[in-house]
Ligand binder design. Structure first.
Ligand code: SAM
Length: 245
């Protein structure tokens, strides 16, 4: 059998492509891409003239089955999304599952991921976090998701499109209260910005400066004490805390 590679691509800065990612894309028999035209530009930049096929959320199941057949014939396949790590709020996960079912080797060429990049620069607790991707657009599922997020005691990471940012911030304030939030915009790009403050201040800020570009939202966990526990305590305080309990 051939090998299936999930290849991370840059989230804004072309230099964030790894040497191995370039080599694997150049050597693959076929590259399955979320948007072939978009990926063509990336391949042109690295002078890679590979065969491209579409692999997106509307054909992911059928295409995965076709790709499995090609892998069984011994072909090497690379899967890329438009930006960042495939499978993270992007197609890729179904292919991983299919490969396991069929006993095909699947591996990752790690690289950029907006959620992890934003988390590490946010200054928020990184020892425990929950990635929730985009909130569902369906009203009922959205309400349920917000309720569940509200209970989490760890840093919550969300993706959001700029034109929905203010609406989402208002909903977050309504269901979670006025928590601390970090908004990481245009990571690795020219206008990279990190904004920190309360959700209510974020709403005011972005109503005055209309949101443009790509955003990651990081929200503090539900219990202040829990959130700060590992961050702020010294080892001695930690022991005292345990003894008190
Ligand atoms: N697979 C990608 C990854 O690994 O991060 C995520 C793809 S998802 C369809 C796109 C969302 O990721 C955007 O709406 C935004 O929330 C976030 N995103 C992607 N690139 C970003 C960047 N450069 N800065 C901030 N957020 C970004």
């Amino acid at each position: 059998y051939g090998i299936c590679y999930l290849v991370a691509t840059p989230i804004g800065n072309l230099e964030d492509m790894s040497f191995r990612a370039v080599r694997i894309l150049a050597e693959a028999d076929l590259i399955a891409a979320e948007d072939t035209r978009h990926t063509k530009k990336l391949l042109n930049h690295y002078d890679i003239g590979a065969r491209l096929i579409s692999y997106h959320q509307h054909n992911e199941i059928d295409r995965s089955n076709q790709l499995v057949e090609m892998l069984k014939e011994g072909q090497t396949i690379a899967i890329v999304s438009d930006a960042g790590t495939p499978g993270i709020s992007d197609p890729g996960a179904i292919m991983a599952r299919r490969c396991h079912e069929e006993g095909i080797n699947i591996t990752v060429i790690p690289g950029a991921c907006a959620a992890i990049g934003a988390l590490v620069v946010s200054g928020m607790s990184t020892d425990k976090f929950s990635f929730c991707g985009f909130l569902p657009s369906n009203k009922k599922s959205r309400k349920k998701a917000l309720e569940e997020i509200g209970k989490l005691k760890l840093t919550v990471i969300l993706y959001e499109a700029p034109h929905r940012l203010i609406k989402t911030l208002k909903e977050l304030e309504d269901s979670l209260g006025d928590r601390e939030i970090t908004l990481v915009k245009e990571l690795t790009k020219l206008h990279e910005t990190i904004w920190k403050g309360s959700i209510s201040r974020a709403i005011i800020h972005y109503e005055e400066n209309l949101p443009k570009g790509e955003f990651v939202l990081l929200i503090e966990g539900s219990s202040q004490e829990e959130k700060g526990f590992w961050d702020t305590m010294t080892l001695e305080e930690h022991m005292e805390h345990y003894l008190e309990e």
